[in-house]
Structure formats: structure tokens, C-alpha cells
Design a protein around this ligand. Structure first.
Ligand code: AMP
Length: 188
């Protein structure tokens, strides 16, 4: 299996690049952000529970997102692309355990690197089109702070396993997709 963690701060282009990878490598896309937004849109109890946390730009509890991922790990898939997960070291450890139960593992992490001011500019622009509750400047800055304190250590976690690949996340979508594919071809 080819199991990839697509990593990067909010606004790095993880969703956009995931779509490319799915098309090229035939992987199943698992985005905890998409799953949580679907829960909110459906008005489920879980959706109600996480709404305020997401709108405030904070991280949802590890327990909730790990359970969402655990439900989706289908052993018959060619592989998975994890987008926006894991966001804490505890989530990364849980993911390693879940995959080990299925006799597989993370193949590599691809980390998109984008300067902070570029992230804010991109997300403010996206907010105008998407209407996402968390794409306003105050919440965007809070999300970036959460990323720097809680999520960045996840890159170190994969670096220790010799699986971290950093990529410049600035440029055209095509150029960045080429850089991502360049890394993935080494593992496919
Ligand atoms: P995203 O679409 O990945 O940017 O996620 C949007 C929001 O959903 C985040 O700012 C968090 O509030 C929440 N979220 C998504 N994935 C996770 C995760 N793995 N751990 C904790 N919170 C998450």
C-alpha cells in the first residue's frame, strides 16, 4: 500500500494537491476537516459538538478525529492520503497503531512549506468564496498558532522515522503537483 500524509499549515494547498494525488495514484482521500464539515452540515450531534471549536480555530479533540479515521480505514484500498490528519503527535501515534493492525504503515509524509503571510492572504481570499466559518483573519491567525504549537511536532515525529519530505508550496498548482509527484514516485 501507498499511505501518504500530506502535511502543512492551513492554506498550504493540501486539499488541492490531494485531489491531484488521488487522480494520479488512485488513493482514498481521508480529510478530517472534510469529515467534520460534513458532520456540521448534517446537523449531527458530533457536528454540533465541534462547531464552536472549529469556528474558534482550535483543534478538535484527538479522540474525535481518531475515531473518524478509524471508521474509514478500509483494508482493501490501494492506499490512503491523509489530509489534515494527524495534527498532533498523539494522533500520529494512534494512526501508526491503526495501520499496524492492518499490517501496513505510513509510506511517507509530504510537507508543503508556505510563508505565513502568504497563508493568510490565500485563506482570506478563500473565505470570501467559501463562506467557511473559520476563514476570517482572526481565526486564520489562531489556526496558524495552533499549527505551530501542536502540529509542527508531527513533522519531527515522521522525520525520526526517516519519512519526512519537505516541498516548496509556493508557485503554480501544476509546479507544486510536479514536486509532490516527484516525491511519491520514489515510494510508489
Ligand atoms: P481543515 O479543513 O483541515 O483545515 O480543518 C478545519 C478545522 O477542523 C481545523 O481548524 C480544526 O478545528 C478541525 N480539524 C480538522 N482536522 C483535525 C485534526 N486532525 N485534529 C484536530 N482538529 C481538526
Amino acid at each position: 500500500m501507498l499511505n501518504i500524509v500530506l502535511f502543512g499549515p492551513p492554506g498550504a494547498g493540501k486539499g488541492t494537491q490531494s485531489q491531484r494525488v488521488i487522480d494520479t495514484f488512485g488513493l482514498v482521500h481521508l480529510s478530517t476537516g472534510d469529515m467534520l464539515r460534513a458532520e456540521m452540515a448534517s446537523g449531527s450531534e458530533l457536528g454540533e459538538q465541534v462547531k464552536g471549536i472549529i469556528a474558534a480555530g482550535q483543534l478538535v479533540s484527538d479522540e474525535i478525529v481518531i475515531a473518524l479515521i478509524a471508521k474509514r480505514l478500509d483494508a482493501d484500498a490501494k492506499g490512503f492520503i491523509f489530509d489534515g490528519f494527524p495534527r498532533t503527535v498523539a494522533q500520529a501515534e494512534a494512526l501508526d497503531n491503526l495501520l499496524a493492525e492492518k499490517n501496513t504503515a505510513i509510506s511517507c509524509m509530504v510537507a508543503l512549506e508556505v510563508p505565513e503571510e502568504e497563508l493568510v492572504t490565500r485563506l482570506v481570499k478563500r473565505g470570501i468564496d467559501s463562506g467557511r466559518s473559520d476563514d476570517n483573519e482572526e481565526t486564520i491567525r489562531k489556526r496558524i498558532t495552533e499549527y505551530n504549537s501542536k502540529t509542527l511536532p508531527v513533522a519531527e515525529y515522521y522525520a525520526k522515522q526517516d519519512k519526512l519530505n519537505k516541498i516548496e508550496g509556493v508557485g503554480s498548482i501544476e509546479d507544486i503537483a510536479g514536486r509532490v509527484a516527484g516525491v511519491l514516485n520514489q515510494y510508489a
